[in-house]
Write a protein that binds this ligand. Structure first.
Ligand code: NAD
Length: 337
């Protein structure tokens, strides 16, 4: 039985309280939230869980083996460091930290102390995204040419981070997972229309090895909630729509060929080939439940999580490069190797 604690019992932390109090092989013994109001609400819902306003008190306890951190981004580094240094395994929400240096430091501490450090890149546990990856790795799409994503809604607005640090970690982690590669250069334009100095919309372009391009549109200032990704391969194209009630994945048997009957290069025609659109069966399940189960499995077996600290650090490096590009009016920025 693993004793765990949840730090941060707000909107997202509430999901971990629900999962932690119901999962097998785990006992949710404590939680902390800086807000007295949240602590009181948790005490009413989970009277058997010790709720406190002090995360430090909980991290000092020897009977807790693992903690989940679901507090605002700026607090992740100190809480995770304290947890790792007190010998606990850590599942930290995305983005892992607010800077590259902090994330690298957490990775180092977790390695030195032989602790599990996992980042909550939830979409790697999303059955639809896994199906898209299967299509790519099985060669069904051919060579990926480019990927693009749209992740927009009207809010929810944050004050601690801008829309890039809030939403783009999802698409950065998904693109790297789908391609099995990291971007080496980014260009980004962002703007703040709602809160001075906090970008609420951004358009991001990313360059990956092998001439693969990525593009992301993230926004808190849009009329529609959209969660979509399109992968353009040279054999087929795949669309993912997390909100599609029929099924999240569509495989488009569409590509462009060259007319075989031409005399010289200047005469060839590009031929659009339009085949069937299929909706592969995707067995849906709660991604956060799968992510949490993976963390517990890693705590038990001591294997490295799919979304380990190094994975979280890589995403923070891309976020930092995007931030630099936005600050320099879209100039290209190399991602730290
Ligand atoms: N994976 C996802 O899809 C997803 C979705 C939403 C949020 N998140 C992540 O979860 C984290 C929390 O987001 P949220 O939407 O729940 O925010 P929130 O503001 O609703 O909740 C954060 C809670 O942390 C508490 N808190 C702040 N500092 C604290 C500290 N030092 N110790 C203990 N508690 C503290 C606050 O009082 C608040 O109740 C963020 O990192 C966010 O990026 C992830």
């Amino acid at each position: 039985m693993i004793n765990i604690a949840v730090l941060g019992c707000g909107h997202w932390g509430g999901n971990y309280l629900r999962l932690g109090s119901a999962a097998e092989g785990v006992r949710l013994v404590a939680c902390a939230d800086a807000s007295q109001e949240r602590v009181a609400a948790v005490r009413r819902m989970y009277p058997e869980v010790e709720a406190s306003t002090s995360a430090s008190d909980i991290l000092a306890r020897d009977d807790i083996q693992a903690v989940v951190i679901a507090t605002p981004t700026e607090t992740h580094y100190l809480l995770a460091r304290q947890a790792l240094e007190s010998g606990k395994d850590v599942l930290c929400e995305k983005p892992l930290t607010a800077s590259v240096g902090e994330a690298a430091e957490l990775v180092r501490i977790s390695q030195d102390r032989n602790r599990i450090l996992m980042t909550g890149h939830i979409f790697l546990f999303n059955p639809g995204i896994r199906k898209v990856r299967d299509c790519i790795t099985a060669g069904e799409c051919g060579k990926p040419c480019y990927l693009h994503s749209v992740r927009t809604n009207l809010g929810p607005f944050r004050r601690d981070v801008n829309v890039v640090w809030d939403l783009a970690p999802h698409d950065i982690s998904i693109f790297s997972y789908l391609l099995g590669a990291q971007p080496f250069r980014v260009w980004a334009k962002g703007e703040s229309f709602l809160q001075p100095g906090i970008e609420d919309v951004a358009f991001i372009t990313l360059a990956y090895p092998d001439k693969v391009l990525g593009h992301m549109h993230v926004s808190w200032l849009e009329p529609r909630k959209v969660r979509q990704i399109t992968v353009i391969g040279d054999k087929k194209m795949v669309g993912w729509d997390d909100l599609d009630p029929v099924g999240p994945v569509r495989v488009y048997d569409k590509s462009v060929g060259r007319d075989r009957f031409y005399d010289n290069f200047g005469e060839f025609c590009l031929l659009a080939r339009e085949g069937d659109i299929t909706i592969p069966r995707v067995t849906l399940g709660e991604p956060l439940k799968a992510e949490f189960a993976h963390f517990l499995d890693c705590v038990t077996t001591r294997k490295a999580p799919v979304t380990d600290g190094a994975n979280g650090l890589q995403v923070v490096k891309v976020l930092a490069a995007i931030q630099r590009s936005m600050q320099q009016d879209g100039l290209p920025q190399e991602v730290d190797a």
